[in-house]
Ligand binder design. Structure first.
Ligand SMILES: Cc1ncc(COP(=O)(O)O)c(C=O)c1O
Length: 401
């Protein structure tokens, strides 16, 4: 079959739809099939031995590799501009895999304090039990190279950040942190969950490793859990050899297939999440009962300038505080009917939740204060509905507060 080659590099929007080729099928499917198999036949004893010693290409066992999972990994490497990727069973297993591959007992790493609550307790409690020290820096003080460098010593193995950060929407400067990491010869790890590669490509800005809770915007439909790590081939190989093959956080082929399906509409969904997010943030900002709105797209946000520089648009996540604090916030969460009271984010439906008692209950009140997570803060993951319907829902709830 004669085929023409593209005459110009593919844009990110086109790569989101195409990106990788279906190499593991002879039936010319438009969509790659799901390879639901735990193991693979060898053609002969020598063939099997050759796959094991790396002289032959092929799959051995799905914990180690699977054609459907491999397609997702290839796609994510393309979308993040990396060389290789590992898909894992959850975002948490991706983060644990990175941390435990790079740091050993006695080592430390520097992280911003404002993180998803599960990541914070993994770092602050579970890594601590393994004698891996997390050195936290509050986002507001993490903005000069000197402040970050003051925490680095010869046992510091990596820098870690979320931007935009969960749940405060703090923006950290990836270029700045990346230059500090490069100066000290260690990788910067960025959790790119809130932005997705459509809005932000940390590897182009100086990060060396990207992690995702793919559960969120990559899946996009609230029906699967998964994680992804993207980096250069050497780091991905190290994470595979030192962690993934033995701890076994493999993604199911069925979930990989659903992620491949979800990603095809990433650009369209993100455009809508961003436009609606900005509109709802502006509306909340002007509401007399709202004390503060945290959304990087508002010029009043302290990270607006950096966000403009490192993100394509400002995302679909926002947080706000209402007059009357937590009591008023609870009234709103109980009164909304279209916004769904649930954790997670990046779904088609708008989700509302209270970080201090839900996603960030793993912080003590003092730790939340340090991380800038107000007790009355409400987080909104703006979905794909008509934003006017969401505004009407919030307006009715605010009337009762
Ligand atoms: C920013 C961020 N990173 C990581 C995770 C953990 O991902 P998962 O729930 O897929 O394990 C979450 C979960 O909410 C998150 O919000």
């Amino acid at each position: 079959m004669k085929q023409t080659k593209p005459t110009r590099p593919l844009s990110l929007e086109t790569q989101i739809v195409h990106g990788v080729h279906t190499v593991h099928t002879t039936s010319l499917d438009l969509v790659a099939p799901i390879h639901m198999t735990s193991t693979y036949r060898f053609q002969s004893a020598d063939h099997g031995a050759g796959i094991f010693d790396g002289t032959e290409e092929g799959f051995v066992y799905t914990r180690i590799g699977n054609p459907t999972v491999a397609l997702l990994q290839e796609k994510m490497a393309v979308l993040e501009g990396g060389e290789a990727a590992i898909a894992t069973a959850s975002g948490m297993s991706a983060i644990a895999a990175v941390g435990l591959s790079l740091a050993k007992p006695g080592d430390n790493f520097v992280s911003c304090t404002t993180l998803y609550g599960g990541t914070f307790s993994l770092f602050n409690r579970h890594f601590k039990d393994l004698s891996i020290e997390s050195r936290f820096i509050a986002p507001s003080t993490g903005r000069t190279a000197e402040q970050i460098e003051a925490l680095i010593d010869d046992r510091t193995r990596f820098l870690y950040m979320e931007t935009p950060a969960n749940p405060t929407l703090d923006i950290l400067d990836i270029r700045l942190w990346g230059s500090v990491a490069q100066k000290h010869g260690i990788p910067l790890v960025v959790d790119n969950t809130f932005a997705s590669p459509y809005l932000q490509r940390p590897l182009e800005l100086g990060a060396e490793i990207v992690v995702h809770s793919a559960t969120k915007y990559l899946g996009g439909h609230g029906d699967i859990i998964g994680g992804v790590i993207v980096s250069n081939a050497a780091i991905i190989d190290r994470i595979r050899q030192e962690y993934a093959h033995h701890y076994g956080p493999a993604m199911s082929p069925f979930n990989a297939w659903l992620f491949l399906r979800g990603i095809k509409t990433l650009a369209l969904r993100m455009e809508r999440h961003c436009d609606s997010g900005l509109r709802i943030a502006q509306w909340l900002d002007a509401h007399p009962k709202v004390d503060a709105v945290h959304y990087p797209g508002l010029p009043s946000h302290p990270g607006h300038g950096v966000a403009r520089d490192q993100m394509r648009k400002f995302g679909g996540m926002l947080a706000f505080e209402v007059k009357g604090g937590l009591a008023a916030g609870k009234t709103i969460m109980n009164a909304v009917s279209l916004c769904i009271l649930a954790v997670s984010l990046g779904d088609c439906e708008t989700l509302i939740q209270h970080p201090a008692s839900m996603t960030h209950a793993t912080y003590t009140p003092a730790e939340r204060k340090e991380a800038g997570i107000g007790e009355g803060l409400i987080r909104l993951s703006v979905g794909l509905e008509d934003p006017d319907d969401i505004i009407a829902d919030l307006e009715g709830a605010l009337d009762l507060a």
